[in-house]
Design a protein around this ligand. Sequence first.
Ligand SMILES: [Zn+2]
Length: 278
Amino acid sequence: MMYILQADVDNTWLAPYAYTIVLLGFGFFLFRVFENWYASNFNKPLFRHFFVYKKISAAQVTILENEFYFYTLLSAKHKRQFKHRIATFIASKEFVGRDGLVITERMKTLIAAVGCMLSFGRKNYEYSLIKYVLIYPEEFYSEANQAYHKGEFNPRQKALVFSWKDFEFGYRINDDNLNLGIHEFMHAMQLEARKSRDIDATRFSKQFQNILKRLTHQEVKDKLDETRYFRAYAFTNQYEFMAVLAEYFIESPTDFKDHFPQLYDHTQKLLNFRFAGY
Ligand SMILES: [Zn+2]
């Protein structure tokens, strides 16, 4: 008796709150449904970025302005987003120098910049499969393959590994279609697309299938043979193909589009890359 009375007295005031929580939950659910519907219909996320902006230091901004051409092509709003993403990336990864290399602010900024450039069209831009960024001064011996490497993505150790010499070489020359940073970040993005089901992963998988389908067309095969446009390494397997494709896309978009317009279109949609003249 006492119990029932208490329950009555204590709980009635909760009712409006309970309704509100249910309504909010339902509203949120509807929003998610709409967001997914939008992403699959228009091949791009409804929102890429919410209205929060972390800042980076003045020295880091100078590094971007002087050394990162892509950044200079962005609008003021996109620059703010880009800086926010770099700050978040740097804060969420652990950078480790190997073979005596001392990690500098410049190294962190430029590696984060390359990663955030490749993922700039995505809502989910943080590379959840990467926890550590290991940097060697130059080519390093990889126990896994028993060979010297310039870079690798090691999902078991959640590590992205670079030779700093080769990383710098990759991004400094803007149009030679060699970009070690882009290459390794694409490996991480592709594996994440296989493991995740968010809107960016879904779009990645859909456009990746389109790319594979395109490659089975005889005219495309002939043209690939004839022009030898993509370097031979691309045809090692489907992962290397995507990594090399991303390098060409970022470094020489106009040339890529001229040679293989449909492949360019699918790659652009896969990355949702609609800024900086792409
Ligand atoms: Zn590779």
